[in-house]
Write a protein that binds this ligand. Structure first.
Ligand code: NCD
Length: 309
């Protein structure tokens, strides 16, 4: 396969396994580029990309921007807090105004699930979903799988547990779709109140005991509790959550095998993982960040190739 089956990256749900493999093979080449003294290629000199962030972000926004610049695209940035959205402008009006400045691609983070799909049906640019509410975060799942493939050689057949706030996490849902598509075995682990009731229908196992989940897995992807998406209390206290679902070095060392620790960031040190776990040699958290740039370069490059036709 030499081109993506989609014109937008709205969610992993819309991808085929071959799309993921094409993105990974392309990312391998870009990873080589970003480790050269001159970390830039001229591939997208004729493409303009708008990064529209209607929700806070640090690493995802920086990672996309860097990926775009490494491909030599022209980049404009927009944050909702400094914009006319506050004055009552609709999403389509905001985006159409930006597109009339001849923008080819829109990378968007938005608090509403489905915002990217909605936009793709109403505007002419290619859309990349950088996180839509608690729905999907496809580039995060792609960089997570890419990092597992890099560390363990393959994703197929690996046991991956996603630990934490599955209910409010777009990273969890996109990871489940991506891992299943590639043939990994997936379990989720967390307090019952943070595990959606439909989760088993996605073909994943459920384990509420952290030690048992860790004994089973090759990789544990530790997620942050999404306090900003909660309107009620889902567990008694952060301290109790950390005691039951936080990974400590003592717990890791007591397992019968060495597992890989991942985290999409931002980390709450001492809650979902302790500092010595985050900084241990079993953690690939900073590799995930590095791989994020290469994977996003691959996604943007492959989508841009479809625009030019
Ligand atoms: C995640 C997100 O924004 O969904 N972070 C990220 O993209 N690096 C996870 C989180 O906020 O916990």
């Amino acid at each position: 396969m030499s081109e993506l089956s989609v014109n937008h990256l709205l969610g992993i749900k819309y991808l085929k396994e071959e799309d993921i493999q094409l993105i990974f093979e392309t990312a391998d080449q870009f990873k080589e580029v970003i480790n050269r003294p001159i970390k830039k290629v001229p591939s997208l000199r004729d493409i303009t990309i708008a990064n529209l962030f209607f929700e806070n972000s640090t690493r995802t926004k920086l990672s996309f921007e860097l990926a775009e610049k490494r491909l030599s695209a022209d980049v404009i940035n927009f944050s909702a807090s400094q914009s006319s959205v506050k004055k009552g402008e609709t999403l389509i009006d905001t985006v159409n105004n930006i597109l009339s400045m001849k923008v080819d691609m829109v990378v968007m983070r938005h608090p509403n699930p489905g915002a990217g799909v909605f936009l793709s049906k109403n505007v002419s640019a290619s859309i990349v979903n950088a996180g839509d509410g608690a729905h999907e975060h496809p580039t995060q799942a792609l960089l997570d799988s890419y990092s597992i493939r890099e560390k363990l050689g393959d994703v197929a057949g690996k046991n991956v547990v996603i630990v934490g706030d599955i209910l409010h996490s777009r990273v969890a849902l996109s990871n489940i779709f991506a891992l299943k598509l590639q043939g990994a075995n997936v379990k989720v682990c967390g307090p019952k109140t943070l595990l959606p009731t439909y989760i088993e229908s996605l073909g994943v196992g459920v384990e509420t005991n952290l030690r048992k989940a860790l004994e089973w897995c090759d990789v544990a992807n530790m997620l942050r509790v999404q306090n900003e998406r909660m309107d009620i209390s889902y567990f008694p206290s952060t301290r109790e959550y950390a005691q039951q679902y936080g990974v400590t070095k003592a717990l890791l060392d007591s397992l019968s095998k060495e597992i890989v620790i991942m985290h999409p960031g931002p980390i709450n040190r001492g809650v979902e993982i302790t500092s010595d776990v985050a900084d241990s040699k079993q953690s690939i958290i900073l590799n995930q960040v590095e791989n994020g740039v290469a994977v996003r370069m691959a996604v943007i490059y492959l989508l841009a190739a479809k625009i030019k036709k």
